[in-house]
Design a protein around this ligand. Structure first.
Ligand code: NIG
Ligand code: FE
Length: 403
């Protein structure tokens, strides 16, 4: 059955970044059959169902390509300490921070993780998100990492969303391995990775930082992951530069995320490797960072820029991609066009799903969002207001709200 979605303005975010001021889309089941100017609608297309969009803007369903949205508990007390002057790194060195969430997550059941995480996912879905990446990384032991990944898959099975999972076992050093970071990396490589690959993980991630893992340790992890045929991505140069981007580039990482302390040479290496740079301005804001990512160098070298929420209980306690888009514009100086591609085509590329999602073209998934806005410049302009009024996932309307 063919459905005609008519009377809309369309930003396709495809390779040609086509825009149709008097646009229409035809879908067949879960896929896009045709997209273009309504006046050019092929005469032979017999559409059985018509949806009137009343002049709204249509974009691809948004892709949030970096979240830690499955976790238990919260860290409001830690935030209070940070606002009073203690740094994120100091709290981490004391055994708080990520390890605080590890304690809460280890104590939670799979059902408990699903229930606590569902409202965060739903907050993203209400903003037009139709694809979301979810990391493990608050287990740091085999069973809890696996439980987090299963919780992520259950969220996917029970919500209108595509989930991409990343194994982030190398997020922090678990207390059982205190003083033995190399042994921990060895355990992930030799024991966990071969077993966890069966859980359908989409990528292997790591936190490369002096409060987490060294460039050499990430290099070792990625060597094993790539040999198992897994994609890799990296949290790098967030609080200092310890050489993570170079490791990510050497392994052809899908993405390199944060990057506040990356250099011009790092940007060049990422460009050559085709790695997407994921900007996480909510973490920059919540940690009151001052060092801006090298946006000009990333642009000059042609590194694709993505923007993500980083939803997590420590550095980005929120579940709003629209807020991240606003912060990317206000704090990092991205343009509205960069931000839009950053949550569509480029974000899909960071998850290696760009051939199906993150853009509107014939043959791709019928995932899109309708916005009650006059101009595309309003994406990333509103701060704490959501103009999304309709979401379609795989060709079906899954959300409608009055705006
Ligand atoms: O992307 N940088 C490391 N990981 C997260 C923070 C996780 C946490 O504080 O719980 C991030 O910002
Ligand atoms: Fe993160």
């Amino acid at each position: 059955m063919l459905t005609l979605w008519r009377h809309c303005r369309i930003a396709t975010c495809d390779e040609q970044s086509r825009v149709f001021e008097r646009g229409a889309i035809v879908t067949r089941g879960a896929a896009i059959e045709w997209v273009g100017d309504e006046a050019d609608l092929p005469a032979g297309l017999r559409t059985e169902h018509v949806i009137e969009l009343a002049g709204r803007w249509l974009t691809p369903g948004l892709v949030d390509c970096h979240t830690h949205l499955v976790f238990a508990g919260q860290r409001a007390a830690e935030f209070a300490r940070r606002t009073a002057g203690t740094s994120y790194a100091e709290i981490a060195r004391e055994g708080g921070g990520i390890l605080g969430t590890v304690r809460a997550t280890r104590a939670a059941s799979e059902e408990g993780l699903v229930e606590q995480s569902r409202p965060r996912l739903q907050s993203l879905l209400a903003e037009g998100v139709t694809t979301v990446e979810i990391k493990s990384g608050y287990g740091l032991e085999f069973d809890t990492e696996a439980r987090m990944l299963r919780a992520a898959r259950r969220l996917e099975a029970t919500n209108p969303v595509t989930v991409s999972t990343s194994l982030l076992a190398a997020h922090a050093l678990p207390p059982e391995f205190a003083g033995r970071a190399d042994d921990y990396i060895g355990t992930i490589c030799e024991d966990w990775l071969p077993r966890l690959a069966g859980l359908r993980i989409d990528a292997v991630d790591a936190y490369c930082e002096d409060i987490a893992f060294s460039a050499a340790q990430c290099d070792r992890l990625f060597t094993v992951a790539r040999a198992l045929g897994l994609n890799v991505r990296l949290h790098a140069e967030q609080l200092s530069n310890v050489g993570g981007s170079q490791v990510a580039a050497r392994h052809g990482a899908l993405s390199c995320d944060h990057l506040e302390y990356a250099t011009d040479a790092d940007a060049r290496a990422l460009a050559r490797a085709g790695t997407v740079a994921v900007m996480l301005p909510v973490a920059f804001y919540m940690l009151a960072e001052r060092q801006l990512p090298p946006i000009e160098a990333l642009r000059r070298h042609g590194v694709p820029l993505a923007v993500a929420s980083d939803c997590n209980p420590g550095s980005a306690p929120g579940a709003s991609l629209l807020l991240a888009m606003n912060m990317a514009r206000r704090l990092f100086g991205l343009t509205s066009a960069e931000v839009l591609l950053g949550v569509t085509r480029h974000a899909a590329r960071a998850l290696a799903v760009h051939e199906r999602r993150g853009s509107l073209a014939a043959g791709r998934a019928a995932d899109f969002a309708a916005w009650s806005i006059d101009s595309l410049d309003e994406l990333g302009y509103w701060c704490g207001f959501n103009p999304c009024s309709l979401v379609a996932k795989n060709g079906s309307i899954v959300l409608e709200r009055d705006v």
